[in-house]
Design a protein around this ligand. Sequence first.
Ligand SMILES: NC(=O)C1=CN([C@@H]2O[C@H](COP(=O)(O)OP(=O)(O)OC[C@H]3O[C@@H](n4cnc5c(N)ncnc54)[C@H](OP(=O)(O)O)[C@@H]3O)[C@@H](O)[C@H]2O)[C@@H](O)CC1
Ligand SMILES: Nc1ncnc2c1ncn2[C@@H]1O[C@H](COP(=O)(O)OP(=O)(O)O)[C@@H](O)[C@H]1O
Ligand SMILES: [K+]
Length: 498
Amino acid sequence: MLTAYTSDEIRTAERALMALLPEGTLMRRAATALAVACVEALPRVYGSRVVLLVGSGDNGGDALYAGALLARRGARVDAVLAGKRVHEDGLAELTRAGGRRLGLSQGTSDPAVRALVDRADVLVDGLVGIGGTGALREPYAGLARLAAGAPGVVVAVDVPSGVDASTGEVEGDAVTAHLTVTFGAAKAGLLIDPGASRVGALRVAGIGLGPYLPEPGVVALTGPDVAGRLPRPGAESNKYRRGVIGVVAGSDRFTGAAVLAVAGAVRAGAGLVRFAGAAEPVRQVRARWPEAVTAVVSPGEDVKDVGRVQAWVVGPGMGTDDDAHALAASALAAGVPALVDADGLTLAARDRSLLRRAAPTLITPHTGELGRLLGVPADEIEARRLYYARRAAAELGVTVLLKGSTTLVAEEGGPVRVNLTGTPWLATGGTGDVLAGIAGAYLAGGLSALDAASCAAYVHGLAGRAAAGGPGGGEAPIAALDIARELPGAIRSLVAGG
Ligand SMILES: NC(=O)C1=CN([C@@H]2O[C@H](COP(=O)(O)OP(=O)(O)OC[C@H]3O[C@@H](n4cnc5c(N)ncnc54)[C@H](OP(=O)(O)O)[C@@H]3O)[C@@H](O)[C@H]2O)[C@@H](O)CC1
Ligand SMILES: Nc1ncnc2c1ncn2[C@@H]1O[C@H](COP(=O)(O)OP(=O)(O)O)[C@@H](O)[C@H]1O
Ligand SMILES: [K+]
């Protein structure tokens, strides 16, 4: 499990460790790791051009010490000093090593600064790290804009400047790095968009903080974590013991969502899929998935007549009228775990009592659906994903899987799980319906809502990458059903440790 922390948690651990070490030890460890990363980013160090963007704090200090190490290896190193203050010892070290400095008396439009940035093989962003607060101020913001056009490799020190290290929020300009070398432990904001998109490749450089870190507020499951949690059939399994999932989805107008949710459930390994809906989606599900047991539910009928299930998935494409409300309510009245998605969430936004259940409830909104549930604009949720995922879990008393460029799973009282698989090619109609089917199958298979949601997001992301062209994530359009098709292969390689 990858663990990630807020700036304050890192600082507390840092203080405890620093009290035991000679002064400057941690900064030297950090600078060495940073210099090594720069060396690896360069075809050769001798004669290369390294430009340091140096802020007033210790983040700038790291950059200066790393610059000194590179200068001693024969790089031409220039430090652009952005703050009114500078880490004096770091600057003295760089000067001793033959590095040069440039002030910003003429501002960031100074042609000399632009020329340096344009010719840099490596541009080191040491403007602000975990000490940053709010939007970048000038001249830092101007330097971040200049870095955006830099032709060289941009290496962020600890955090891309302008990204909130604790949350991933980005208020104004921010550096977009090719590589971020972060010290001691991952910061939560490096894993969560919009900040995560600025990080590039992430390297966590150990400096000895481990024993002093608290319980993390944010974690990410790795492949082995997921493989160890997935429900798998044993010798004594039968289809009922493996988990019967009930799916209430689709309507005479929207039939595809029903087919896609059932596809996710079948391919994720449900023991049996029971589908309940209107006549047309039932016809389509039967045609596409003969494995599913189907039942036409007429308005006013109770869904429990469909047969026993261990978990319900309620919502994709089911519509939002009174009949849909009655159908959703009858499924959610069951005392088994339930997943509520799509139209089910629109119904719940109008009638929150649908989510007040004794059995575990997992909701799987995108930012628009969560916005409707909380009465907050979707773009506000996109800007502050971590905050709103936590708030929704606390306010609604359910497990929340918030979809989008970063998928988060939140439950009150525990760490938020960030999903690290996936590809932007998943942003296409119907992929969320497949995800609902996968997570529902895992709920029916006996996983907790937290594990069902985070394992489903992980395998959905792996299958999405495979559909887009390869395990590392190719670049090709995908259709939602492709994800279902790729699921067995993705799960096979995950379980095999591939
Ligand atoms: N943790 C560890 O284990 C280790 C940590 N280490 C390193 O120390 C770093 C933390 O250093 P830090 O505490 O000095 O803060 P830092 O990030 O340099 O920024 C502070 C200054 O930035 C400024 N500033 C702030 N916001 C701003 C804004 N929006 N826009 C513009 N300016 C802004 C503000 O300056 P002021 O405005 O007051 O002049 C403030 O004083 C950490 O990230 C890591 O790199 C390693 O060396 C060793 C191991
Ligand atoms: N930019 C993105 N990067 C990665 N994954 C994304 C992105 N946008 C959407 N997704 C994923 O695609 C799926 C879309 O689900 P959803 O919005 O419910 O679509 P639909 O309702 O059409 O099925 C979710 O799993 C979501 O996390
Ligand atoms: K930085």
